[in-house]
Write a protein that binds this ligand. Structure first.
Ligand code: ADP
Ligand code: ZN
Ligand code: ZN
Length: 751
């Protein structure tokens, strides 16, 4: 019998066999999407293999084949997805979903042709909107509806698509909220895709600097070579012209008739990068971002799949773009933690980019001013070739970095110790010279905590084990930054009923207010997740470039790759916040942040200056950031990791368990820890390595969205052994009670 082995979007590791009826035989191939009956449901799956075989009992026929011309997935993409599924022990059918186009067959069929006409970008479109009403009653709204209401109230108006991107069942929740009169829905014509809203004038490629030229040559040689894959670690200081290298690499790939994928940390934060690609290649690049409507995504997907477009740019999910004859994957700012997906299939886009490029016998470029220890390790073990751009492209000097030792500072002229006298003076001088300032503070909101002065209790989230942040703008409310719970500032302490509640700490909102008072002549603006949805980021950066803003205050959003030539002063309000996280990567992260934010200064004609305020000026991350000495920091941190047996010298796997009931979560986690111990012992009897097992223990964020979280950490320098142990855990996890949520996180980034 002709059988198709189909990957279905269900949490099971294996494929399912179906009979290929004669009428579909010609069209059922590896990689095609098929419609299958599964229990009482109909599911769309992907054919993994097809051929003659012994039918299993009660085999059912395929219902239909969805791809008319070519299979949705090329052999290359299919093979890669199977590898990914194997590496992360993730169900193959759920992995496939990452790469499939949105399915809206009837709708898509009707719309496709007319959309294909609008080749240049995407025309205006209607979106469904959701807005809060005046009705403020706080009924007991649980789960997603509560979170969505809080979010809609916080942002004012938003689109249903945006909500659906964040919450799976947003549509149902919005319906319920509308019935309760808490939100109104409507629809509105919005502008075309913001990335294509303004025309991009073509640029003239600059003459390459000698280091750029040799980097491009090495990459082009690898692309032209028939001997297979190559990985490059492109270490270029901030402003060294890494983007130019990417652009030339894409041209070199095109000369070999190969397509390219460019991955960036957060596409909404990089409108400028997209503009540079459009300036070089015109509008023939697919920009994949979360603001696309399903049918727009479908159009982009098709244009890539047919080969009409050969370049895709996007955040981590662009890793799965159906680029034909893939030859090149660029990972820009490869050190950025946002390349790790933290829900569902927990893949790391950087690691998987290396794998996909390797599979496709192509080239992978990992670029950064602060290479991750993982990438540095690849280069030191000859798995990647390092390319270095040691100087800024237009020979600007690196900014002068100075430390402000907060231990020895009194309050500055604003009365606040956190805007120290040296920083205050530097801001004054910069403003007087009509130049711009960026101030980085990693806490949004007005005050990160509200504390009872009588008993010391913090106002904390009813659903999570975190303090609530006070936000002033939207009616003096307390907000949870993890679940979006929101409430009015209470009159009394929840524990002792004392009315003496005090705001504690400094957030970006308060910093903005303080600066506006201290420098009344200056225009102060803020960039953080509270003010920024996709388009506002663009607006703020545009106003910054047009010099309509003098001081920009923000969270790590301001540290990203922005190229703003009139910024000459960068201030880091508190470097210690990032250093104190309970994570073996804390020092590395802090170092990356400091070097990246410092790199925003002095990119134009006037040299830049950076002030780092800290209570721990002797910390190695700070000392080396001060000297722009990336290599010394890498050396030191690698030595530490080696000694402690942490990645990149070992591999880590986390078993995560959560449940609304604390004891249930703890017990399930303990059970899985025991399974892991037994499996590790069994493995140790056969091989020389060993797997260290730590836990079970409460997760650093012990409760989130009303669920208690526990974890077990597994660590080993023997990859196969770790995998074998985790496989046993994955099998056992299927037998735990269904209300317990379990996840295996391989190479975790967040602990
Ligand atoms: P990076 O991504 O390494 O921080 P960019 O690619 O943003 O650096 O480049 C910094 C600036 O230098 C940009 O304004 C860019 O246009 C310019 N630039 C890059 N390469 C050259 C070159 N070869 N000649 C002149 N200017 C260049
Ligand atoms: Zn109290
Ligand atoms: Zn919360």
């Amino acid at each position: 019998m002709l059988l198709a082995h189909v990957a279905l979007p269900v949490p099971m590791a294996h494929t399912f066999s179906y009979e290929i009826p004669a009428r579909l035989a010609g069209r059922t191939r590896q990689g095609t999407r098929v419609l299958c009956s599964f229990g009482s449901r109909r599911l769309v799956g992907v054919v993994v293999t097809a051929g003659e075989g012994e039918p299993p009992p009660k085999v059912k026929p395929l219902l239909d084949v969805l791809d008319t011309d070519e299979p949705a997935l090329t052999d290359e993409l299919l093979a890669f997805l199977r590898d990914l599924s194997g590496y992360y022990l993730a169900p193959i059918g759920e992995v496939m979903r990452l790469a499939l186009p949105p399915i809206e067959r009837a709708v898509a069929r009707a719309l496709e042709d007319s959309l294909f006409e609008t080749k240049k970008g995407i025309s205006a479109r209607r979106v469904q909107t959701v807005a809060p009403t005046e009705k403020l009653e706080e009924s007991a709204l649980g789960g997603q509806a509560g979170a969505i209401l809080a979010h809609v109230r916080a942002v004012g108006e938003t689109s249903l698509v945006d909500l659906e991107n964040r919450w799976k069942s947003a549509r149902a929740a919005v319906k319920k909220l509308a019935q309760l009169g808490l939100v109104t829905t409507g629809s509105r014509e919005v502008q075309a895709d913001s990335f294509f809203a303004s025309p991009a004038p073509r640029d003239t490629p600059p003459e390459l600097t000698p280091p750029q030229a040799s980097a491009v040559e090495a990459i082009a040689t690898a692309l032209a070579s028939t001997s297979g894959a190559a990985t490059f670690a492109l270490h270029g200081v901030t402003g060294s012209g890494k983007t130019e290298v990417y652009l030339r690499a894409i041209v070199a790939a095109r000369q070999q008739k190969k397509g390219s994928i460019v991955l960036v940390p957060e596409i909404a934060l990089t409108p400028q990068l997209v503009a540079r690609f459009r300036a070089r290649f015109g509008d023939d690049v697919a920009v994949l971002h979360s603001g696309l409507l399903p049918r727009e995504r479908l159009v982009m997907w098709k244009r890539l799949r047919t080969g009409e477009l050969d370049v895709a740019i996007g955040a981590r999910s662009a890793l799965f773009a159906p680029v034909r004859d893939l030859g090149l994957i660029v990972v820009d700012e490869e050190h950025d933690p946002s390349f790790k997906q933290e829900e569902g299939i927990r893949y790391h886009a950087r690691d998987m980019a290396i794998l996909r490029a390797h599979r496709a016998a192509g080239v992978c470029i990992l670029g950064s001013a602060t290479l991750s220890l993982e990438t540095e390790h690849l280069s030191r073990t000859n798995k990647a070739t390092k390319l270095v751009l040691p100087d800024r492209a237009r020979a600007q000097p690196m900014p002068a970095v100075e430390i402000v030792d907060l231990r020895r500072m009194g309050p500055g002229p604003t009365g606040d110790k956190r805007i120290s006298l040296p920083l205050h003076r530097a801001i004054e001088r910069t403003l007087a010279a009509r130049e711009q300032v960026i101030l980085f503070l990693n806490r949004r909101g007005f005050s990160p905590a509200v504390r009872c002065e009588a008993c010391g209790e913090l106002c904390s989230c009813p659903s999570c084990s975190v303090a609530l942040t006070f936000h002033k703008r939207h009616g003096e409310r307390l907000r949870c930054h993890y679940c979006d719970f929101e409430t009015l500032l209470p009159d009394n302490c929840a524990k002792c009923k004392s009315p003496a509640l005090a705001l504690e700490g400094l957030g970006t909102e308060k910093l903005e207010e303080t600066l506006a008072t201290a420098f009344p002549e200056a225009k102060v603006a803020r960039l953080d997740r509270d003010v920024a949805s996709g388009r506002t980021v663009d607006t703020v950066l545009g106003r910054m470039r047009a010099r309509e803003i003098d001081i920009l205050v923000g969270t790590q959003m301001v540290t990203k790759g922005h190229d703003l030539p009139h910024v000459t002063l960068v201030g880091v309000i508190n470097a210690d916040a990032a250093l104190s996280l309970p994570d073996f990567r804390a020092a590395e992260r802090a170092f990356h942040l400091l070097v990246q934010v410092a790199g925003r200064a002095g990119r134009g004609d006037v040299p830049g200056r950076v002030l780092i305020q800290t209570y721990t000026p002797e910390h190695p991350a700070i000392v080396h950031a001060l000297r722009h000495d990336v290599n010394a920091f890498l050396e030191l941190e690698l030595a530490d990791r080696r000694e402690l047996g942490y990645p990149p010298f070992s591999r880590v796997g986390l078993i995560r368990v959560d449940h609304p009931d604390e004891a249930t979560a703890r017990e399930a986690c303990a059970m899985l820890a025991n399974v892991a111990r037994d499996a590790a012992e069994a493995a140790a009897r056969e091989g020389p390595g060993r797997v260290a097992i730590l836990g079970p223990a409460p997760a650093p964020l012990a409760r989130l969205r009303q669920r208690f979280r526990f974890r077990v950490m597994l660590r080993s320098s023997d990859r196969a052994m770790l995998r074998q142990t985790l496989l046993a855990v994955a099998r056992a996890a299927r037998s735990v009670e269904r209300t317990v949520r379990t996840a295996i996180d391989i190479d975790p980034v967040q602990l």
